[in-house]
Structures are given as structure tokens and as C-alpha cells.
Design a binder for this molecule. Structure first.
Ligand code: TYM
Length: 345
């Protein structure tokens, strides 16, 4: 039996993002802004690992040149948003083979019934379940490996990833029980209450997503000021004026989304935004929201443009991050191999 691992001295923050398009407002408010805040609050015993989930990206067909390009762009966007490779370990998943190695072992721990309940597989496979890749089905097991391989304690994500994180907890607990060890740590999801799920600008019942075919549905971190203003002007709303309090937004998903974005950007409550704009139409509210968005995103896109001018520097930062990540990941994989009973060389 493997000896229990020593309890962690500090926090281990781990999270990832797929390189399947551009970073958008939902990624930023739902996850990345929280990554940066958590990085900036790291104590001396804490560590943060942020990665670009290129292994996850290939669960759906990708063009190789585009995938390479998006991986670099997302890395640059994370740095532009405030992730500092000197303070956080920043890398792309494929450069750390221990993720895939642990995922195999954990796929022998996870149960078919657990994966059958995953809503994201149902959404992404749609009507063509038989034609979906096996990787798309086992996607959440790789996601579990991503966090368990670093013994993450905190995983900052948007609300849409909650189910995957619950699965990661179940896998960690079952692995420990099956093998009589206290090795893998069930991590806590950290979901920002002010922006758990940002919705599409075209449909307040759908989440803002990189994979939405309509670019008008999302604000990209790279959008120009003009594009942002135009997208907000065209954002779907209803003919009613803004209500006096948050309750008045019930049953008005598009209006609720815009007010929530305003609140998340200003750090104010939805109620206080309603009080400020009560009785006014969207013709007044939308320009104020667009101004706020432009002011919040403009510094990020300016930094992003500068970073993208030096692609070798991005690649070098990712290679350094991967080497640092491997040091820790290799230790966990060795412990897991021992617990399972693999013969060592
Ligand atoms: P991804 O690439 O879809 O999104 C990256 C992060 O952004 C959050 N997010 C949102 N938050 C609020 N509103 C939205 N509209 C919105 N859209 C996206 C996501 O919740 C996520 O936190 N499977 C993950 C990537 C991943 C991962 C991991 C995450 C792979 N391994 C391990 C955490 C830990 C994904 O596809 O995220």
C-alpha cells in the first residue's frame, strides 16, 4: 500500500481553456479574470497552473495549422489578461504527457454510467452519438486527470464546468478507495457568483460560446471598439424598460444577461444597476454598457497585439511552463503507478 501523501502546505490552483477559437467575454468574466485574481493573491506556499487544453480540442476535428495558431493566441490572450508566466505555470497540455498517461489509468476508475450522465457530451455529440469520437465521450476523464495530476485544491471555472469537476471528485474518491490510498485530492470548483454563466447576445437561453457560428453572439477579447459597440447595439433585448430591482428581470433572459455583464464589469450588484437605469429603455442602457466594455477590454487587446508580434517568446514561455509542470505531474503519475501495481524499471 502506498503511503498517504503529506497534506499540501498551500493552495494549488489549476484550470484550463480550449484553443478552439478566440477568448470571449464569457471566458474572461467566468474564468480568466478569476485566474488572474487568484494568481495575484498567491501566498508563499501556493501554486497556480494554467494550461491550454489542446488535447481536449482534438475531440472534435481541428485543422493542424489553425490549432497551433489558436494555442499560441490563447496563450498570448491569457498573458494579456494578466496571467504572468513568472508567477503561474503556463503551458499547453500536449507538452505534458503525464495528463494523457494519468487519464488512461483514471479511465479504468471512471464508470460508463458516470460518463453517460455528462450533459456536455450530449450537447456536443447532438443527434450523431454513434459518429462522435471516443475522445469526446471520455473528455471528462482527461479533464479529471488535468487537475488530479497536480493535486489541485481549487479549480476556477465557469458554471458550465461544474458537472465535470464533480466527476473529477468522484474519480479521485473512487481511485483512493479502490487502491486503499489517500493519494488523489478531490478539488473544489471556484465559480464566480457575479458571472457564473454569460449568455449569448442573440439568445439569452444559450451560453456565450466560441463554437457559436454567429460572431454576433459573443464579444471577443480582440474585438475593436467599433465591433463591440455594434454587437451591443444589435444585442437582442425586449421592448420593456429596465426594472427597479433584480426580481423584475425574471423571465427576461436577454435583459438579465446584459445587466449581469454590466454588474460584473463594475463590481456592483444587479440591484444597484437596476436602480440606476430603472424605467429607462435599452437605447440608454446599451451605450453605457458598450463604453464600459470598450474601456475594460481595450487594454487587454492592446497588450495582446504586442505579445502576438513576438510568437517565439510565447512558444518559449510555454516550453518553460511545461518543463515546470512536468516535475510535479511526474511525481503524481509515479505514485499512481505504484498504487495500481505497475512494475517499476
Ligand atoms: P472552455 O474552453 O469552454 O472555457 C474556458 C473557461 O471559460 C468558462 N466559460 C464561461 N464562463 C461563463 N460564461 C460563459 N459563457 C462561459 N464560456 C466558457 C468555462 O467554464 C471555463 O472555465 N473543459 C474545459 C477546459 C478544461 C478544463 C480542464 C477546465 C480542460 N481541462 C481542467 C478546468 C480544469 C472547457 O472546455 O472550457
Amino acid at each position: 500500500m502506498t503511503a498517504p501523501t503529506a497534506p499540501l502546505a498551500g493552495k494549488r490552483i489549476v484550470s484550463g481553456i480550449q484553443p478552439t477559437g478566440q477568448l470571449h467575454l464569457g471566458n474572461w468574466l467566468g474564468a480568466i479574470r478569476n485566474w488572474v485574481r487568484m494568481q495575484d493573491a498567491l501566498g508563499p506556499d501556493d501554486q497556480a497552473f494554467f494550461f491550454i487544453a489542446d488535447l481536449h480540442a482534438i475531440t472534435l476535428a481541428q485543422d493542424p495549422a489553425e490549432l497551433r495558431c489558436s494555442t499560441r493566441e490563447i496563450a498570448a490572450a491569457l498573458m494579456a489578461a494578466g496571467i504572468d508566466p513568472a508567477r503561474s505555470v503556463l503551458f499547453n497540455q500536449a507538452q505534458v504527457p503525464e495528463h494523457a498517461e494519468l487519464a488512461w489509468v483514471l479511465s479504468c476508475t471512471a464508470r460508463m454510467g458516470w460518463l453517460n450522465r455528462m450533459t456536455q457530451f450530449k450537447e456536443k455529440s447532438g443527434k450523431d452519438r454513434e459518429g462522435a469520437s471516443v475522445g469526446l465521450f471520455t473528455y471528462p476523464v482527461l479533464q479529471a486527470a488535468d487537475v488530479l495530476v497536480y493535486k489541485a485544491t481549487h479549480v476556477p471555472v465557469g458554471e458550465d464546468q461544474k458537472q465535470h469537476l464533480e466527476l473529477a471528485r468522484d474519480i479521485a474518491i473512487k481511485f483512493n478507495t479502490d487502491h486503499g490510498v489517500e493519494l488523489l485530492i478531490p478539488p473544489d470548483p471556484i465559480i464566480p457568483p457575479e458571472a457564473p454563466r454569460i449568455r449569448s447576445l442573440r439568445d439569452g437561453t444559450a451560453k456565450m460560446s466560441k463554437s457559436d457560428p454567429s460572431d454576433q453572439s459573443r464579444i471577443n477579447l480582440t474585438d475593436t471598439a467599433d465591433a463591440i459597440r455594434q454587437k451591443i447595439r444589435r444585442a437582442k433585448t425586449d421592448p420593456e424598460p429596465l426594472p427597479e430591482s433584480a426580481e423584475g428581470l425574471a423571465g427576461r433572459p436577454e435583459a438579465q444577461n446584459l445587466v449581469q455583464i454590466f454588474a460584473a464589469l463594475t463590481g456592483r450588484s444587479v440591484d444597484s444597476i437596476c436602480t440606476e437605469f430603472a424605467g429607462q429603455g435599452f437605447a440608454r442602457f446599451k451605450p453605457a454598457l458598450a463604453d464600459l466594455l470598450v474601456a475594460s477590454l481595450e487594454p487587454i487587446s492592446a497588450r495582446l497585439r504586442a505579445l502576438l508580434a513576438e510568437p517565439q517568446a510565447i512558444d518559449a514561455a510555454l516550453a518553460t511552463g511545461a518543463a515546470r509542470a512536468r516535475q510535479l505531474a511526474a511525481q503524481t503519475v509515479a505514485q499512481v503507478h505504484e498504487a495500481v501495481g505497475f512494475l517499476k524499471p
